[in-house]
Design a protein around this ligand. Structure first.
Ligand code: NAD
Length: 520
């Protein structure tokens, strides 16, 4: 039976040069501002529960502004949620895949209608500029549309070789109850992507969002319920990773964990989940998408203006706070000085200010991120030649750091090896293209990379040897689109999954093989 819906298409981005779009977005920001500072509950089996212990989500552009106050889940809430989710699973897993998919399609429709409201929430809660927030929402819509179609495809009987005298069948069933732990940096797209992949395949989910982005996650959970998701399929528990995340991951009733975040936390979760607890009946599946130290190579044959433009977009877009952000720039020695000169000239034009006012660069996420990035900048002063930036931007309130570039960095330097997750670019000189590829691969990570070159031989070499999950030629290394660039990295960048690709839903399913003998 075909799933009669239109072919998947990526959601277009909003053109903010059109005055109506600009004023609609401004109104959406005002609406969110008028609702700031409220208290938010946990959601367990559809029930809203407020706890005494709470934490606050703050606006990084203006930390004196409280976005919302969120409940901290206690041990009893964790136990109750797991118990209830397993009960609900017994019903939910029997709902045909196409019916579950229909809920995602309905959610996509609702999200498209309220697009600016969701994007505006991210402008205020995580400091994205308008285009970055709009792209995050568009990606979220894409996940809903794409995973709905994918679930229907996985819901079919799968082809097998016929066997005389038997009717063999192969079909996919869900895993059970899983825990979803997203980061704050794509707080709608990644949160929604991992969660809806879990539930559209028939699992029940417990979402524990990042404490830096709980409001946008709360709005997403409400949207799913508005779209018709039965209560208890998706539950919402907020609180610190150590207090809420760890017990959920370690719990014997947890069947799988879908995590996106840092290498450090990802490795910790992987280890914790691997330990079989008393009473546990399975080995937990862990889908972990982790950090990056992504490189762009500029070859001597490259169009340098183009390469510099896209390098800056990759390095400093959303303040370098993307797992796909360029943090190492590897330049062929013959064009090294020229590229540095162009890079500095263009970087100096970048304007920084509050996300609300739509500057190219806004704040980094919080005080501890700011501190960590400034510490790396101090390390960089000894490991490279500071070309531009290197300090906090001169803005009264908020976590603003200037776009910073260090040249002449050694490939093994700390700032060329460790993920800084801020607007800091390390530039490394390469002797030739082979050397550039060697430098690019000299990392424990393997997430994204770009090559700027007009030399076909080098382009082919990069396709074969540059070991990253997402390689781009003559374009930026950020901005993956659902089902155009299935996304996820190698090595310490994660467990090799590809979000927004045709293999992704399989991670939330298990295949069952049945055969009935009919001639006896
Ligand atoms: P993080 O690892 O600090 O936190 C991620 C999530 O884990 C949060 O929800 C946090 O509350 C939770 N957590 C923290 N400690 C925990 C614990 N002990 N047990 C259980 N949960 C815990 O990462 P972040 O700062 O939110 O996000 C930035 C990181 O995410 C960067 O390293 C970035 O590269 C990575 N990232 C990767 C991808 C990808 O697709 N590979 C995408 C986006 C971000």
């Amino acid at each position: 039976m075909p799933f009669n819906v239109e072919t998947f298409k990526n959601e277009p981005f909003t053109d903010f040069s059109i005055p109506e779009n600009k004023s609609a977005f401004e109104s959406a920001i005002k609406k969110i501002e008028s609702e700031l500072g409220k208290k938010y509950p946990l959601i367990i089996n559809g029930e809203k529960i407020f706890t005494d212990e709470t934490f606050k989500s703050l606006n990084p552009s203006k930390p004196s502004e409280v976005i919302g106050e969120f409940s901290i889940a206690q041990r009893e809430h964790i136990e109750k949620t797991l118990e209830v989710a397993w009960k609900v699973f017994e019903e939910w897993k029997r709902i045909p895949a196409k019916e579950r998919a229909a809920i995602l399609l309905r959610a996509a429709y609702l999200l498209r209608k309220r697009k600016h409201e969701f994007s505006a929430t991210m402008v205020l809660e995580v400091g994205k500029n308008w285009a970055e927030a709009d792209a995050d929402t568009a990606e979220a819509i894409d996940y809903l549309e794409f995973y709905a179609r994918e679930a229907a495809r996985y819901g079919e009987f799968q082809p097998l070789t016929p066997y005389r005298g038997e009717i063999p069948e192969y079909f996919y069933i869900p895993l059970g109850v899983g825990v979803i732990i997203p980061p704050w940096n794509f707080p709608l797209a990644i949160t929604l992507g991992m969660t809806t992949a879990s539930i559209v395949t028939g699992n029940c989910a417990i979402l524990k969002p990042s404490s830096d982005a709980p409001l946008i996650a709360y709005k997403f959970v409400e949207l799913m319920h508005e779209a018709g998701l039965p209560k208890g399929v998706l539950n919402f528990l907020t609180g610190p990773g150590s207090k809420v995340g760890d017990p959920l991951v370690a719990h014997p009733k947890t069947r799988f964990v879908a995590f996106t975040g840092s290498r450090e936390v990802g490795c910790h979760i992987y280890e914790l989940a691997a330990k079989v607890q008393p009473g546990q009946k399975w080995l937990k599946r862990v889908i972990a998408e982790m950090g990056g130290k992504d490189a762009i190579i500029i070859d001597e044959s490259a169009n340098l203006e183009d390469a510099v433009k896209w390098t800056l977009a990759s390095a400093f877009g959303y303040q370098g706070q993307k797992c796909s952000a360029c943090s190492r720039l590897i330049i062929h020695q013959n064009v090294y000085d020229k590229v540095l000169e162009m890079l500095v000239e263009e970087t100096k034009k970048i304007e920084i200010g509050p996300a609300r006012e739509n500057y190219f660069m806004g704040p980094v996420i919080n005080a501890s991120a700011e501190k960590k990035i400034l510490e790396y900048i101090e390390i960089g002063r000894n490991e490279g030649r500071l070309l531009t930036g290197g300090k906090k931007a001169d803005i009264e309130e908020g976590f603003y750091i200037e776009p910073t570039i260090f040249a002449d960095v050694d490939k093994n330097a700390k700032i060329a090896q460790e993920e800084i997750f801020g607007p800091v670019l390390s530039v490394i000189k390469a002797k030739d293209f082979d050397d550039a590829i060697r430098i690019a691969n000299a990392s424990v990570y393997g997430l994204t990379g770009s090559v700027f070159s007009m030399d076909r031989k080098n382009i082919i070499k990069a396709k074969e040897e540059f070991h990253v999950g997402n390689l781009y030629i003559n374009r930026k290394c950020t901005g993956a689109l659902v089902d155009v660039h299935p996304f996820g990295g190698f090595n310490m960048s994660g467990t090799d999954s590809k979000a927004g690709g045709r293999d992704y839903l399989l991670l939330f399913l298990q295949g069952k093989s049945v055969s009935e003998r009919i001639s006896f």
